[in-house]
Ligand binder design. Structure first.
Ligand code: ATP
Length: 363
């Protein structure tokens, strides 16, 4: 069993800076857990504490049911893959992968078995004799993974392992890492600031801000049920739109337009009657309607097009609605130009609302 448990973990740098605050998390055996959040939020610090590369100021860390706060990194049954996967330039791929095991005095035939097994999984068997300078970026990244795999750890810790690769290769390696997780049956803790990587790789995702966990959930729950405005804005691309709206007669008013929530939100919004809230609408939940299709006011908001960004399969419109700017993501091409007045039909079933002072979801 290789569950990883963090209980009330805190990290202080010096006396002033509190980098990780009361971090509580239970990572299940074989789970793929992703830490995501903006730069400086404490993702790497947390991962480095799990690795044993950084002291834990207070709190308890358990790996596989053993408290490991004071266990040196090499005895934690973990392997780490970094962003800078510095390979030894004078060694070939085989030697790079074998090096750590040699240091541990692993028998030669055992080293050979593990290196060849890992090379097979990673499909780099044909590269074993090459030096790092004879490899592409993606191949080097695979060798770095190989170095971790040969150690056969229960837990892999990965810190932005794909961030040095170009966009196309990142997508390719992303699906490889996902397959690798299934094949290895290991626990993986993966740090990234890229929400697409987080959404596609994680069984669950920890969204962090300023050293604090904002939400831990499955990718789909983060998308459908963000618990606060920060998570709502962080997950999804383009980001969720937030409009300052007045609640009147159980509806959201933005200028003269109004939108009626449905289901649970309609119920919980009663407590906000007469007040201001942040109305959250994802760009993909706004569609364009012809002026004559639907009468104004029926979950339709009118605005002026500010920018049209055509991406071929999708068009992003930046629209001004009563002085507030939103992005609408439409399928295909949109026959509009900046300056046009358009009507956007809002999907009433996908509305979000947030308290303006606590920024917590109203649901
Ligand atoms: P990034 O995505 O940019 O790598 P991160 O979320 O991984 O960011 P961390 O590297 O964990 O962030 O850093 C968290 C905070 O702790 C940052 O504000 C950083 O400046 C600070 N920090 C990190 N290491 C130290 C250190 N050795 N001494 C003081 N402050 C540090």
């Amino acid at each position: 069993m290789a569950e990883v448990i963090l209980e009330n973990i805190n990290k202080h740098y010096g006396t002033k800076f509190h980098a990780v605050k009361d971090f509580n998390l239970h990572i299940a055996d074989r789970e793929f857990m992703v830490f995501v959040g903006p730069s400086g939020c404490g993702k790497s610090t947390t991962l480095r504490m799990i690795a044993g590369l950084e002291d834990i100021t207070t709190g308890v860390l358990k790996i596989g049911n053993r408290v490991v706060n004071d266990v040196p990194p090499k005895d934690r049954d973990i392997a780490m893959v970094f962003q800078n996967y510095a390979l030894y330039p004078h060694m070939n791929v085989y030697e790079n992968m074998a090096f750590g095991l040699k240091l541990r005095k692993t028998p030669k035939d055992e080293i050979d078995r593990r290196v060849r097994d890992a090379a097979k999984i990673l499909q780099i068997e044909h590269l074993l004799g090459r030096k790092p300078k004879e490899l592409s970026g993606g191949q080097r990244q695979r060798v770095a993974m190989g170095r971790a795999i040969v150690r056969e750890p229960s837990v892999f810790l990965m810190d932005e392992p794909l961030s040095n690769l170009d966009a196309k290769l990142r997508v390719e390696m992303r699906s490889q890492i996902s397959q690798l997780h299934r094949r290895l049956g290991a626990t993986i803790i993966y740090v990234t600031h890229d929400q697409v990587e987080a959404m596609t790789l994680g069984n669950r995702i920890v969204v962090m801000r300023d050293g604090v966990i904002m939400q831990v959930d499955t990718p789909m729950n983060l998308y459908d049920f963000p618990q606060n405005k920060f998570v709502a804005g962080f997950i999804g691309s383009p980001s969720m739109n937030f409009l300052t709206a007045q609640v009147r007669n159980g509806q959201f008013y933005v200028g003269d337009s109004h939108v009626a929530p449905m289901g649970r939100l309609a119920q919980s919004l009663k407590a906000y009657e007469g007040r201001e809230v942040f109305l959250g609408i994802r760009p993909e939940h706004m569609g364009m309607v012809g002026l004559s299709d639907i009468p104004q006011g029926n979950n339709v908001v009118r605005g002026q097009v500010v920018v049209v960004e055509s991406l071929g399969a999708q068009t992003d419109l930046i629209v001004d609605i009563a002085g507030q700017t939103v992005t609408a993501k439409l399928e295909g091409m949109a026959p509009v130009e900046p300056g046009d007045t358009i009507d956007l039909l809002i999907d009433q079933t996908r509305l979000h609302a947030f308290d303006t002072s606590t920024e917590l979801a109203i649901d």
